[in-house]
Design a protein around this ligand. Structure first.
Ligand SMILES: C[S@@+](CC[C@H](N)C(=O)[O-])C[C@H]1O[C@@H](n2cnc3c(N)ncnc32)[C@H](O)[C@@H]1O
Length: 213
C-alpha cells in the first residue's frame, strides 16, 4: 500500500514539481535576466544528460568540425562538449571557450590542466560584442546557452559577422533548461539574424540546429 502510494506520488509529483520549477524560474528570469550562476552548470552537466540526451561525441560529430578548424564556444560550462570538439580538430585546430563569468573559465582552466588539453583557450568575452575578426571562425557553437542571453537575435548577428562564408553555427537546446525555446522560435531568431538553416537533429526534448550564411 505504502509503496503504491509512493510510486503514485512520484508519477504525479515529479512532472508537477518540474512544471512549477520551470514556471517560477521563467517568470523570475523574464523580470530580472541574469546569467546562470557558474555552480549551476555543474548540475546541468550530469551523467544522465551525457549518456542519453546530449551525448558529447554525437553533438560534436553533427557540427562537422575537421582538423585545423578555428572554433568558438559561448558558455562552455564544465567543458565536456568543448573537449569533444577540441579532440576532433587536432593537431592545428583550436577552440576559444568564452564566457562573461570568470569563475566558469577558472574551473575550465583547472580541468584542462588536469587533463592535459592544450587546444582550448578560455577567454572572457561578451557574446554581444565578440573580440574576433570578421569571417574568422569555422564553427561557432552554443549549448543550452543562447536562450539565456536576453537579446539572442543580436548575438546571432554577431556570430554571423565573425563566421567564415562556409562556416557553421550550431545551437543545441535541452527541455530541462528553464530558458529552453521551441525549435521554431530559435529558427525564427536565426532567420531574423540573416542565417540559413542547414541541418537539424533530435526531437522536442533535445535538438540541434546548424546554420550557415
Ligand atoms: C547555462 S550556461 C552554459 C551551459 C553549458 N554550455 C552546458 O551545456 O553545460 C550559460 C553560460 O552563458 C554565459 N553567458 C551569459 N550571457 C553571456 C554573454 N553575453 N556572453 C558570453 N557568455 C554569456 C553564462 O555566464 C553561463 O556560464
Amino acid at each position: 500500500m505504502h509503496v503504491a502510494l509512493i510510486i503514485f506520488l512520484a508519477i504525479i509529483g515529479i512532472p508537477i514539481s518540474f512544471i512549477i520549477y520551470h514556471t517560477i524560474v521563467r517568470i523570475v528570469r523574464k523580470i530580472h535576466p541574469f546569467p546562470i550562476p557558474h555552480f549551476v552548470t555543474n548540475l546541468i552537466d550530469n551523467p544522465v544528460r551525457r549518456k542519453y540526451w546530449q551525448k558529447p561525441d554525437e553533438l560534436a560529430d553533427r557540427m562537422g568540425v575537421k582538423p585545423g578548424d578555428v572554433v568558438l564556444e559561448v558558455g562552455p560550462g564544465k567543458g565536456t562538449y568543448t573537449m569533444a570538439v577540441a579532440s576532433r580538430i587536432l593537431p592545428e585546430g583550436v577552440v576559444y571557450a568564452i564566457d562573461i563569468q570568470q569563475p566558469v573559465l577558472d574551473r575550465l582552466e583547472k580541468r584542462l590542466e588536469e587533463e592535459g588539453v592544450t587546444n582550448i583557450i578560455p577567454k572572457i568575452d561578451d557574446a554581444y560584442k565578440l573580440s574576433f575578426e570578421d569571417e574568422s571562425l569555422d564553427v561557432i557553437f552554443a549549448i543550452a546557452c543562447l536562450p539565456e542571453i536576453p537579446k539572442p537575435i543580436n548575438v546571432l548577428k554577431e556570430f554571423k559577422r565573425i563566421l567564415k562564408p562556409d562556416g557553421r553555427i550550431s545551437l543545441c537546446e535541452l527541455f530541462i533548461d528553464p530558458d529552453y525555446p521551441l525549435r521554431r522560435t530559435e529558427k525564427k531568431w536565426a532567420k531574423k539574424a540573416g542565417l540559413i538553416l542547414k541541418e537539424e537533429y533530435g526531437n522536442w526534448w533535445a535538438y540541434q540546429l546548424n546554420f550557415g550564411k
